[in-house]
Design a protein. Sequence first.
Length: 134
Amino acid sequence: MNNFAPKAWPHATLMGAEFRSYDEDTQTITMGFSAPSSFITPRGSVQGGLVAGFLDEAMGWAYTYSTKGTHSPLMLDVNFSLLKPVLQGPLTAKGRVVKAGRRVLFLEAELFDADEKLLARATSTCIPTENPEL
């Protein structure tokens, strides 16, 4: 059992981030997010860069959980695809560690609406970095 508990950083609070579960066997985290009205564009959907933020957060926490909080990813690149408009309201993200080496990490995430429809997906290449004692 992973006893690591994340801190509520201000950016995560802004996104309505909440931890739901972590599966150590698959190194997959499930997180909830809430897209507030301030994230909505005149077209009625969440601004794309903010969607990338939900995915980035899930990928990062998946790796951090896999190390029990000792390390976090330093993102080198993030690629994401918007498959459907992301509307205001509750969202679920699943982030996974695809491969974790000593020098490079590969992460991925998917974002779903309340009806479990896939809205967006992302991949990232990262450098593993040790977390400072905070």
